[in-house]
Design a protein around this ligand. Sequence first.
Ligand code: NAG
Ligand code: NAG
Ligand code: NAG
Length: 280
Amino acid sequence: MESFLLSGLLGFLMVNMLLASGKQEIRFYRYYNVTWGNSHFSSLYNDTEVQLTLDQSSGAGFESISYYQSGLFNMRIKIPEQKSPGVLTSFYLTSKESLHDEVDFEFIGSNGPPYTLSTNVYTNGVGGREQNFHLWFDPTTDFHSYKLVWNLYRVVFFVDKIPIRVFENLGAKGTYPTQAMKVVASIWNAQDWAGKIDWSKAPFTAHFQDFDIDGCALRYHPNPMGGYGGCYSDHFSTPWTRNRTLSARKKMQYHNVRRKYLIYDYCKDRTRYPRPFPEC
Ligand SMILES: *[C@@H]1O[C@H](CO)[C@@H](O)[C@H](O)[C@H]1NC(C)=O
Ligand SMILES: *[C@@H]1O[C@H](CO)[C@@H](O)[C@H](O)[C@H]1NC(C)=O
Ligand SMILES: *[C@@H]1O[C@H](CO)[C@@H](O)[C@H](O)[C@H]1NC(C)=O
C-alpha cells in the first residue's frame, strides 16, 4: 500500500518535472540579432546558446531586434574563465539616443574570484550611478541569471532571483529611464580603464542562454502610441508592469546581499559627488 502511494507520488513528480523541462527553449534569432564582430560570434545547441569571443582583432555583440518600453529582461551568462583583467562582458538596456537612457550589468574581468559586477543607470545621457558588487559565486564556472525588471515605477536588478539594486522613478524630468530601449550584450576590450589584457590568455569567451523577452515591444521606434498602449509582443504578460514593491522576503535578501557584497556605491562617494544625486 505504502509503496503504491510512493510510486504514485514519484510518477506525479516525474510528470511534473517533464512538463517543467519541456518548456520550449527560445531560439536566439527570435528576438535577437548579431550587431558586430560576426566572426567572433557563434550559435550553439540549435540557437539556444550563443558565445561571444574577444581576441586582439575584435570583440562581438548582439542586440534585440525590437525596442522595448518596459519589461522583464533575463539572461543566463557565463563569463570568460581565463585570467581576464581588461575584459568586459556586458548585458544592458540602452536607448541609443545621444542623450540616452541605459541600465547596465557589467562584469569586470579579473585574475580570479571574487569577480566584480558593476551596475549603472544613465538618464538623459547622465550616468555615473555605479553600484558595484562582489559576486558570491564564481561567474566563470557556471551560468547564473541576471535580470532587469523595468517599468514606470522602478528598475530592479536581480542576480539569481536576488534583488541587488532598486532604482526608483522619483518623477522628476530626466531622472529616470523612460526612453524606449534595446537589450544588448557584448564582450569588449576595456583596457583603457579596466587593466591590461594578457593576450596570451586569449581568446576570451562569454556564453549566453535564455533568449526569452517578456516585455513591451514597440512596433516602431519611437513609439507612436506611448506607454503600454503601444506594446507589440507575442510574449507579453503584465505582472511586471505593476507598482509592486519587494516582498518582505525579497527585501531581507536585498539588505543582506548589499550588506555583504556591495563594494562601491555612488551615493556614498562624497569625493566624486559633493552634492549627491537626488535619488541618494
Ligand atoms: C540581422 O542582421 C543581419 C546582418 O547584419 C541583417 O541582414 C538582418 O536584416 C538582421 N535581421 C533582423 C531581423 O534585424
Ligand atoms: C533543432 O531544431 C529543429 C527545428 O525545430 C528540430 O527539428 C531539431 O530536432 C532540433 N535539434 C536538436 C539537436 O535539438
Ligand atoms: C507605488 O506604491 C507605493 C507603495 O504602495 C506607493 O507609496 C506609491 O505612491 C506608488 N507609486 C505610484 C506612482 O503610484
